[in-house]
Design a protein around this ligand. Structure first.
Ligand SMILES: C[S@@+](CC[C@H](N)C(=O)[O-])C[C@H]1O[C@@H](n2cnc3c(N)ncnc32)[C@H](O)[C@@H]1O
Length: 204
């Protein structure tokens, strides 16, 4: 009886914790499906610009582990706000250590990205809207951003693909646009990016 109550309390605490962090972050820790992950990896060029690979909102760690496998010569850093998924990703690393992979429990808005070669993220539209000006301001022009399911609000992708899952989930690859020093809005960044990259519309 005591054990049952203990197990119930632990279970409810875990559910409560997940719920609270979903409210705080605005995004549940829904993992990328294997089919979408395959499309993500297929869309990435084999040769990346110089720098680190970040996964922003790394969830349970599956994407970051796949990225570390696909790019063994690159440092991969997963940043996750919610402590339980982060703990699981750390445990996965404990059981399968990788020198090039690290998981940080933090708000990705606090992560400095000037050393990024590639940012991968799967978060909702509201988080994408917050992220876009940060990525444009901090990442070097020509470095890469990959999102799936949700597009960057104003940028135009240089390449897109549809995963073969039941949702035909879209995967978007962007090049960070050149930004004038006094330019800060995503829409402005989009304009210069259009001129530089000549990419296609996210809706196409
Ligand atoms: C839809 S899940 C994706 C998980 C993983 N990237 C994947 O594709 O399998 C989005 C994750 O982003 C995290 N997240 C949302 N906002 C965040 C923030 N500001 N800082 C860090 N993590 C955040 C959420 O906690 C959630 O785990």
């Amino acid at each position: 009886m005591t054990i049952n109550i203990f197990a119930l309390s632990v279970g409810l605490s875990i559910i409560g914790l997940m719920f609270v962090f979903t409210l705080i972050s605005g995004s549940p820790p829904t993992p990328t499906s294997p089919r979408v992950r395959r499309a993500v990896l297929a869309l990435l060029p084999r040769r990346l610009p110089a720098g680190i690979i970040y996964e922003l909102g790394a969830g349970w760690g599956g994407n970051a582990i796949a990225l570390a496998t696909a790019f063994p010569d690159r440092t991969v850093i997963g940043v996750e706000l919610s402590p339980l998924p982060w703990l699981v990703s750390r445990l996965r690393l404990l059981f399968n250590p990788r020198k090039t992979l690290d998981f940080r429990c933090d708000n990705f808005m606090a992560q400095e990205l000037s050393d990024a070669a590639l940012v991968v993220c799967y978060v909702g539209h509201a988080q994408m809207t917050q992220l876009q000006p940060k990525l444009a301001a901090e990442m070097a022009p020509g470095t890469l951003v990959l999102t799936h399911t949700f597009a960057m609000p104003d940028w135009r992708p240089v390449d897109t693909v549809q995963a073969d899952d039941i949702y035909r989930s879209p995967v978007y690859l962007y090049e960070v646009p050149y930004q004038e020093p006094n330019q800060s809005s995503g829409a402005d960044a989009s304009a210069s990016h259009d001129a530089a990259a000549g990419g296609s519309s996210p809706d196409s």
